[in-house]
Design a protein around this ligand. Structure first.
Ligand SMILES: [Zn+2]
Length: 147
């Protein structure tokens, strides 16, 4: 059984796209369960918290107000989009390129359209890595042409 250790540098480099996904060797992942998922999301949240402290304005994309406590929102590709994918591959959308922080109420009441999240992520990371990530996901018949 392959043991995957989640290390910050790996997550910190998530916005540089594919390399990380190769390193993850997701098809070998046999320990994927809800505890693993929680741990994964916690690491991504820690990374995002750092990004939104050091590099990006700590502002909610929905209401434009500052946030302190926040929810993590899968904004470009949703969890619903990954239904039917082998479970470890669902982790591919839980990365900095796809996830943004929102106020809890904004997340529940009026989550942003994916086009808005796409624009915001491309502004920050550049379109190339965002598109490479998006098109590299394990779509069954190619990526939906949304962007
Ligand atoms: Zn908000």
């Amino acid at each position: 059984m392959k043991v995957l250790r989640l290390q910050k540098p790996m997550l910190n480099s998530m916005y540089t796209a594919q390399l990380d996904f190769q390193q993850l060797e997701l098809t070998d992942l046999t320990t994927f369960d809800s505890a693993f998922l929680r741990g994964w999301r916690t690491r991504v949240k820690e990374h995002l918290d750092w990004v939104y402290t050091m590099l990006r304005p700590r502002i909610c994309l929905v209401c434009g107000e500052p946030f302190n406590v926040w929810d993590m929102h899968e904004g470009i590709v949703t969890r619903g989009d990954t239904r039917g994918w082998p479970r470890p591959r669902q982790l591919l959308i839980m990365c900095a390129l796809n996830c943004i922080p929102l106020h809890h109420t904004c997340h529940l009441d009026s989550p942003p359209k994916r086009e808005l999240v796409w624009e915001s992520q491309c502004d920050f990371y550049g379109e190339e890595p965002v598109r490479a990530w998006y098109e590299g996901l394990p779509w069954k018949v190619g990526p939906p042409r949304r962007f």
